[in-house]
Ligand binder design. Structure first.
Ligand code: 3H9
Length: 697
């Protein structure tokens, strides 16, 4: 009996049930089994038709993404569907769970499709940088019309079954009795004259003529092509073939386009990102059975920008939130800011007035720590980065918060273990590093201290997910993962400015790479003075940024920073005065100014940051390299098409990255730029990060 698909006959109908946990992906053994068992059913004279279904919550999730780079072996889904379409016995898809990608394409190749109400169907391949590769670009347009199909394919939307029924992609949706309905469809089809096949239909949709259909597709294509994605361009070209090419010829084109995309950099990056996100959910020592503490009330200490953002996130998710701040003015300002934030959400249609009012009613305000934390199950400290103050707060919390309460710090840099030592409950101390604005940014670095218990981690991870965050568990080190690595980019940005680059040149290299903003614009937005003040307090200096800050150029808030911001605008304008300041500093420090080309700028901004990522992996600060990519995708705007810093290193070639870092170290006389041990080892051995990940697991 082939594996991955169960076979039984019920009243003369063969039922093929895909059973390949967790999501019934089309792994090679499943493709083999489907191809074998459909032939078995066809050859059995006691079988009059076939129902194809799945087990669990998913019908079939499509191609097996974990194996997508393996050499192709055995029969394909294309082979299966060609066989089904040539059969004289009806084959009905009974979708008991979500049917996505190749899974939905199988359903489209069957003679009829019935679905359980509440499930979703769709062709999400473009979200992975692909297009449907098992006939979806040809069969879906023939069922719903070419323009509608194009929209579904480019958006990659998972449609509710009811919507798919309305569009014609599904033939019936039932609340229950799915198998009975599917079997009834087998007999209904047998009673007809010929079996319906998607390939025999015209992709007209609502259009009356083929010319109208073509005009609809052109209009839709013009609108969709704006996203500039390669997969969109391929989808447009491929779907358009439904109108001017023979079905089989168009399938060949689809197959070629699919392979081109699958082996290309964007799909590799996006598939990596998809899997890395899921892998990051597996946390050492924590599983479904790990006990969780119930959390209803959360105290947030500090009503500044961070504390306010965190409070919004928690209140919106249904927690009762106590905000504590000794300064009544800070509380007043926070109340106003939070009120405005909810007002904005309502105005933009993101939240109903009622939901916003309910969320606001979950917030309570306190000036005293003792009263504010009296009922807390979890306390999140979000005061400014002063370790002395934080230590004092943790010592106080240890006395004042209920014994069971978890104590978390939102620190961006400081040692969680040192904070834990201030308390009598180190196992219930953890880091929750939110990113600004905390109510918008998805990433949460959850910092596991030396003593943090599995129960504490599991509880905090649940809170993070309930509030819509993407938590990544990291270990203790200065700046954790994201900020520790980013520091390397900051250092290179400053050096490049001194060596002769303008802020615009630096920023443009990164926006062309796919970031929404470059480092100079980012600092202008966040405030050039923030780090300057911290350095001043420590008696440190960094150039040219501190001279820029000395000149009162603090960014957008002062109308000038790295750029000029003419009255009332946020669009940066180049400023010759800035160039003069930077040139002056370079002269003073004896830095020779030269032309730095774009390629060098990109490597200088990215490779040292990536190198630090290798050190982070080496030190076990993350469980696997992919966790770093998740941090950068959700906390630092790393473009998804580039998969994250560690994926980017792999895509560039680890040897090329290591060699370049050596060149940089020689050129700049900076030994810190030498490749990290792990990077050097992998580069020399011709190894890959996936192996390093496996070792970390
Ligand atoms: C395609 O089909 C190409 C075709 O056109 C041509 C060829 C036929 N493969 O998301 P979850 C794993 S392209 C392998 O947390 P949920 C996932 O990594 C594909 N593994 O579950 C995780 O593993 P682990 C087009 C997969 O219940 C586990 O399953 N299809 C795949 O929240 C649970 O995942 C898609 O884009 C896969 N395809 O959501 C659909 N999918 O346990 C992709 C998931 O080791 N999948 N895993 O951490 C999804 O959107 C969601 O997984 C789904 C379930 C909605 C199905």
């Amino acid at each position: 009996m082939p594996e991955g698909v169960n076979y039984e006959t019920i009243g003369g109908i063969a039922v093929l049930r895909v059973d390949n946990p967790p999501v019934n992906a089309l792994s090679p053994h499943v493709r083999l089994a489907l191809n074998e068992l459909i032939r078995k059913a066809d050859a059995d004279p006691s079988v009059r038709g076939v129902v194809l279904t799945g087990t669990g919550k998913v019908f079939i999730a499509g191609a097996d993404l974990k194996l997508i780079n393996m050499p192709r072996t055995g029969p394909t889904i294309g082979d299966l569907l060609a066989y089904v379409e040539a059969m004289r016995k009806p084959v009905v898809a009974a979708m008991q769970g979500s049917a996505l990608g190749g899974g939905f394409e199988i359903a489209l190749g069957c003679h009829a499709r019935v679905a359980l109400s509440g499930i979703r169907v769709g062709l999400p391949e473009t979200t992975l940088g692909l297009i449907p590769g098992a006939g979806g670009t040809q069969r879906l347009p023939r069922l719903v019309g070419a323009a509608t199909a194009l929209d579904m394919i480019v958006s990659g939307r998972h449609l509710p079954a009811e919507e798919a029924l309305r569009l014609g992609a599904v033939d019936a949706v039932v609340e229950n009795g799915l198998m009975e309905t599917a079997c009834a469809w087998v007999d209904r089809l047998l009673a007809g004259e010929a079996l319906p096949r998607a390939r025999d239909r015209h992709p007209l949709g609502a259009a009356a003529t083929i010319e109208d259909a073509r005009a609809d597709v052109d209009r839709k294509a013009a609108e969709l092509a704006k996203d500039g994605a390669v997969s969109t361009a391929e989808a447009i070209a491929t779907v358009a073939h439904t109108l001017d090419r023979d079905f089989d010829e168009a399938l060949i084109h689809e197959g070629e386009a699919f392979t081109r995309l699958r082996t290309g950099p964007v799909a590799q990056a996006r598939i990596h990102a998809f899997l890395a996100e899921r892998a990051a959910r597996h946390v050492r020592g924590v599983d479904r059975d790990t006990p969780r503490q119930p959390v209803r009330t959360i105290a947030v200490i500090g009503a500044g920008t961070m504390g306010g953002g965190i409070a919004i996130t928690l209140a919106s998710a249904g927690y009762s939130v106590c905000v504590v701040d000794a300064n009544p003015q800070t509380i007043d300002a926070a109340k106003q800011r939070i009120g405005r934030a909810y007002g904005d959400l309502v105005a933009r249609g993101r939240m109903s007035t009622e939901a916003a009012e309910t969320a606001l009613s979950r917030l309570r305000w306190f000036s005293g720590l003792a009263e504010g934390v009296a009922e807390a199950d979890l306390v999140i400290e979000a005061v400014y980065e002063d370790m002395g103050l934080k230590k004092q707060i943790f010592a106080d919390l240890s006395r004042l918060a209920p014994e069971h309460a978890i104590l978390a710090s939102n620190t961006s840099y400081q040692d969680i273990d040192a904070l834990a030592r201030e308390t009598a409950r180190p196992e219930r101390v953890v880091g929750m590093h939110y990113f600004s604005p905390a109510n918008v940014m998805k990433l949460l670095e959850v910092v596991r201290g030396a003593a943090t218990s599995a129960e504490t981690l599991a509880t905090v991870l649940d809170v993070a997910r309930k509030t819509g965050k993407i938590p990544v568990v990291v270990g203790v080190c200065y700046g954790f993962v994201g900020n520790r690595m980013l520091w390397q980019r900051t250092v290179q940005t400053q050096k490049l400015l001194l060596e002769g680059c303008s802020p615009r040149e630096i920023d443009t290299v990164l926006t062309d790479f796919g970031f929404r903003m470059g480092p100079c614009q980012m600092q202008d937005l966040a405030g050039v003075d923030v780090a300057w003040r911290l350095r001043k307090a420590r008696g440190e200096r960094m150039e040219p940024v501190d001279t820029i800050a000395d000149a009162g150029r603090w960014g957008q808030k002062t109308g000038k920073g790295y750029y000029l911001y003419p009255e009332g605008t946020r669009s940066p304008v180049d400023d010759p005065e800035l160039t003069a300041i930077v040139t002056g500093v370079a002269e003073r420090l004896g830095v020779r100014r030269r032309h730095v080309d774009r390629e060098e700028i990109q490597r200088r901004l990215l490779f040292p940051l990536i190198n630090e990522g290798f050190r982070v992996v080496e030190e076990g600060i993350v469980e696997r390299p992919g966790d770093i990519d998740v941090v950068y995708l959700y906390g630092y705007g790393w473009p998804r098409d580039k998969g994250g810093p560690m994926h980017h290193a792999e895509a560039c070639g680890l040897k090329a990255v290591a060699d370049d870092l050596d060149r940089m170290a020689d050129m700049l006389g900076d030994e810190e730029l030498r490749p990290a041990r792990l990077l050097r080892e992998l580069a020399e051995a011709g190894g890959s990060l996936a192996e390093a990940g496996a070792r970390a697991d």
